[in-house]
Design a protein around this ligand. Structure first.
Ligand code: ARG
Length: 403
């Protein structure tokens, strides 16, 4: 085994990463620095501090990354209207490069030669962490205990905890719990009964959205302000990126917006089934498309839609810090210069529907499109020629086919 001098561990304070912490200390016999990020997962972070102290960690980092997460990762992704496989808003995928970036920064600062994470060998997250480290600092080694140790079952994991006096909370004693990943953008739940896609997800899985059936009978009307492609206000009140997403999560959650039950294709090669709750992100996607509908040129909008699946796949597969993602981002960002204005939506029993939009940079011309007499010169004969020329090849084709 290669000699490691110092490790920075991505540490949640939960049972799994507490066991990983111990295992790293034992296996490598070196100092482990813990890094815990507040991404708005809605969990108390003080226990992580206390647990790391108990495990003898001297350098404990707990950092609030909520604003950076939303402004530098979530919003750039939303500018692209990114959806993986047509439906997934990439809530876990987009958080990993941010965590990796901070792991690398801390490793450099404290002179660590390795970083460690708690992602398993079957998932996407290991790729996202490690491809990011490859792109940011190839000299840093990555330790992925789940791929290295010989713990092969939940039982063995709990045995390891007992043996090393790592407290196991009572709700973690039995069978494996759901695998949950939460941040300001979403909550994702996988595992257990969800592994059978033919089985309906139990209602208690949902954590931040009500069942649309139980949502208020009265719709709620909200207005979101955009500037250059990014949301900046809710109901006329200017907000920071993280505050704005938090606000929309509350509004959307109450109206059952943003639930998704999905079978997706993991990069590593298998299908998996997960439940996603992305209330604020779902509202923002609808609103962003709403403001783009009046401010983007047709060809610009269609080009964005063409590259979107490619861009989303890059994020899903872990290529956030890759030249092609940055090239696509530059294209997307440039398209947003005039994407400013206000969108009004109705939240009602699971849906977030755009009901009006307005912009000082609008390309929409009522005068041009009107059925009434128009002040703008539009020669209807031009439409006739336009159709004749577009139909030219269709007429040849039909004649050849004998129609
Ligand atoms: N399948 C999702 C993705 O790859 C979520 C992964 C993490 N979620 C979890 N519950 N462990 O982005």
């Amino acid at each position: 085994m290669t000699k490691i001098e110092k490790i920075v561990l991505s540490y949640s304070g939960g049972l799994d990463t507490s066991i990983i912490l111990k295992w790293l200390q034992e296996t490598y016999g070196c100092e482990v620095v813990t890094f815990t990020a507040d991404l708005g997962q809605g969990e108390e972070l003080e226990p992580a501090q206390a647990k790391a102290e108990m495990a003898g960690v001297k350098d404990i980092r707990i950092v609030d990354l909520r604003e950076e997460f939303v402004s530098d990762f979530v919003f750039p992704m939303l500018r692209a209207n990114a959806l993986y496989e047509g439906q997934y808003l990439l809530g876990s995928s987009i958080a990993r490069p941010l965590i990796a970036k901070h792991l690398v920064d801390i490793a450099r600062e404290v002179g660590a030669d390795a970083i460690a994470h708690g992602a398993t060998g079957k998932g996407n997250d290991q790729l996202r962490f490690e491809l990011a480290v490859n792109a940011l600092d190839p000299s840093i080694k990555v330790i992925a205990p789940w791929r290295q140790w010989n713990i092969r079952s939940r039982m063995q994991l709990l045995e390891y905890a007992e043996k090393h006096r790592i407290p196991v909370p009572s709700d973690k004693r039995g069978e494996a719990p759901f695998s949950i990943d939460a941040n300001l953008l979403h909550t994702s739940t996988e595992g257990k009964s969800l592994e059978n896609p033919a089985e309906v997800a139990p209602d208690h899985i949902y954590q931040r959205t009500v069942d649309p059936v139980d949502a208020p009978d009265a719709p709620e009307i909200i207005t979101i302000g955009f500037e250059r492609g990014d949301p900046v206000s809710v109901n006329g009140k200017a907000m920071t990126p993280a505050a704005l997403l938090t606000e929309l999560n509350g509004l959307g959650g109450r109206h059952g917006v943003g639930r998704l039950d999905l079978v997706e294709n993991r990069f590593i090669g298998m299908k998996s089934r997960g439940i996603y709750e992305t209330p604020g992100g779902t509202i923002l996607l609808a609103a962003h498309r709403g403001i783009e509908s009046i401010t983007l040129d047709r060809a610009a909008a269609h080009l964005k839609d063409e590259i979107m699946p490619r861009y989303a796949e890059l994020i899903y597969n872990g290529f956030w810090f890759a030249p092609e993602r940055e090239m696509l981002q530059a294209l997307i960002d440039q398209s947003q210069a005039f994407v400013s204005g206000e969108v009004t939506l109705r939240l009602y029993k699971g849906s977030a529907s755009v009901i009006s939009r307005a912009s000082p940079c609008s390309l929409y011309s009522a005068d041009l499109v009107t059925f009434e007499e128009s002040a703008i010169a539009f020669d209807h004969h031009n439409a006739e020629g336009f159709i004749r020329l577009n139909g030219l090849r269709l007429r040849s084709w039909a004649a050849r086919n004998g129609r």
